[in-house]
Write a protein that binds this ligand. Structure first.
Ligand code: NI
Length: 167
């Protein structure tokens, strides 16, 4: 297994739209394991392939308290969504930034697992937030892009300053 470098906002590659996975093979399963290791070591609760510069529709998630419930979503599709809720979100690609984002409260998502088996999940709470956040990544959208332009400008300035300080 390997820990993969995570692209940092505002890297342009975070705006690429990921392609569907055609064939779920050992190379995909290796990427799943590497992404899981990268997510757990960060630590984070979700990671999209886009964030590790692999532009395919693959997401790993684990919102459990014990970090022992890895969920793999390949070619995830939002089947339905209900309600609306504001939650504070963060992202491994936007370190140190936490902002309120409004999303659907409950979603139904269809996807394939790492063996190519289709499944559907009805999600609410953190899992629902996380799935929508990660599907956004696959579509080239970072969570801060749900915020006002003014806020986005402030966040970019803050990240730039932080980068200067650690260099
Ligand atoms: Ni993210």
């Amino acid at each position: 297994m390997a820990i993969l470098p995570i692209l940092q906002y505002p890297d342009e590659r975070l705006h690429k739209v990921a392609k569907k996975v055609d064939k779920i093979d050992d190379a995909i399963r290796k990427l799943v394991r590497d992404m899981a290791e990268t997510m757990y070591s960060a630590p984070g609760v979700g990671l999209a392939a886009t964030q590790v510069d692999k532009h395919i529709r693959l997401v790993v998630l684990d919102v459990s308290d014990m970090h022992d419930d890895l969920k793999v979503f390949i070619n995830p599709e939002l089947v339905s969504s209900q309600g609306e809720k504001v939650n504070e979100e963060g992202c491994l690609s936007v370190p140190g930034i936490y902002e309120n984002v409004s999303r659907a409260e409950r979603v139904s998502v269809r996807a394939l697992d790492e063996h190519g088996k289709p499944f559907t999940v009805e999600a609410e709470g953190l899992l629902a937030v996380c799935i929508q956040h990660e599907i956004d990544h696959l579509n080239g959208r970072v969570f801060v892009e749900h915020l006002s332009h003014l806020k986005q400008t402030r966040i970019r300035a803050k990240l730039k300053k932080h980068k200067r300080e650690i260099l």
